[in-house]
Design a protein around this ligand. Structure first.
Ligand SMILES: Cc1cc2nc3c(=O)[nH]c(=O)nc-3n(C[C@H](O)[C@H](O)[C@H](O)COP(=O)(O)O)c2cc1C
Length: 271
């Protein structure tokens, strides 16, 4: 076959494509486990960061993360009742059969549906008292869905930390919600009032000038709309459709042990 022939050109191009496709597929398959492990570690680090046990963005090994997690109880909460239920957190997080539609007036966070069950992380001190409760939160920002963790202190009223680990807001504007310099403003702020009503909110400008500085957080200049999304997200999750029933049980000193014998989210859905 002549070197310049069309057939030979096609044959070489096809062979190259096949070889490249095999290399890409093999790397994908071979790296899958590492990717899953890294994703799980990343999530653990974000939770630990929300709990105040590691600095945001810190490099933490899987062993360190596991040892810090030893003080955490991972519990599954039925958001409709606030009960802790006996379900596997991994199944709950991947199961899509328990989505509840939100009525428009309830959908403060702009998320349309929520999972009936949420996985929360309770960190305790050596005496067994609650130090922090880390709550997953999700809501609509200006351009994107914001994913984060809100951690409350053991008083279940004030903020320990907040972390946003995934969003598509503009870098330098709304994207500043994941900047630890900004999230530091949340620490120690009052999240809910004495009756459990969510009161924390992002203001336009400085919280010092707000009417209620104890429950106000500095706005990000040029990103008022993302700030509103953050306020709505936190408000939703601290209220009745979110963690309010669970938090009120904790405040009443109810134990974290499961109060239900449900065995699978799918079964629970049928009841
Ligand atoms: C390219 C571009 C990107 C923007 N990204 C954001 C953003 O991520 N979050 C946000 O709240 N506002 C963003 N804005 C600005 C909003 O349109 C709006 O002006 C702003 O939220 C008002 O905030 P301010 O009152 O603090 O200026 C962006 C504007 C432009 C032109």
């Amino acid at each position: 076959m002549k070197n310049e022939s069309i057939t030979k050109t096609f044959a070489v191009a096809t062979a190259l494509c096949v070889v490249c496709a095999i290399i890409v597929s093999l790397s994908d398959v071979m790296l899958k486990e590492t990717q899953l492990r890294n994703k799980a570690l990343d999530k653990q680090v974000n939770i630990l960061s929300a709990a105040g046990l590691v600095e945001p963005g810190a490099k933490v090994s899987a062993e360190e993360a596991a040892s810090l997690f030893a003080n955490a109880e991972t519990v599954v909460v039925d958001l409709t009742t606030g009960d802790v239920v006996d379900l596997d957190p991994a199944i709950v997080e991947s199961d899509k059969t328990n989505l509840l539609e939100l009525a428009e007036e309830d959908d403060v966070a702009g998320i349309k549906t929520i999972n009936k069950y949420a996985v929360v992380y309770v960190f305790k001190d050596e005496q067994g008292a609650i130090k922090t409760v880390v709550l997953p939160i999700v809501g609509q920002g200006l351009w994107s869905t914001l994913h984060g963790f809100l951690a409350l202190n053991g008083d279940l009223k004030t903020v320990a930390h907040i972390v946003f680990y995934d969003h598509g807001e503009t870098p330098g504007l709304g994207g500043e919600i994941s900047n630890p310099v900004w999230t530091k403003n949340w620490e120690g702020k009052t999240a809910v009032d004495e009756s459990g009503n969510p009161v924390i909110h992002v203001v336009k400008g400085s919280a010092e000038n707000a009417e209620d500085p104890a429950n106000a957080v500095d706005g990000i200049s040029g990103a008022t709309l993302t700030g509103k999304g953050v306020t709505n997200t936190v408000t939703f999750w601290l209220d009745y459709k979110g963690y309010r029933p669970f938090l009120s049980r904790l405040r009443n000193g109810e134990p974290l042990a499961s109060t239900s014998s449900e065995t699978s989210p799918a079964d629970a859905n049928e009841n």
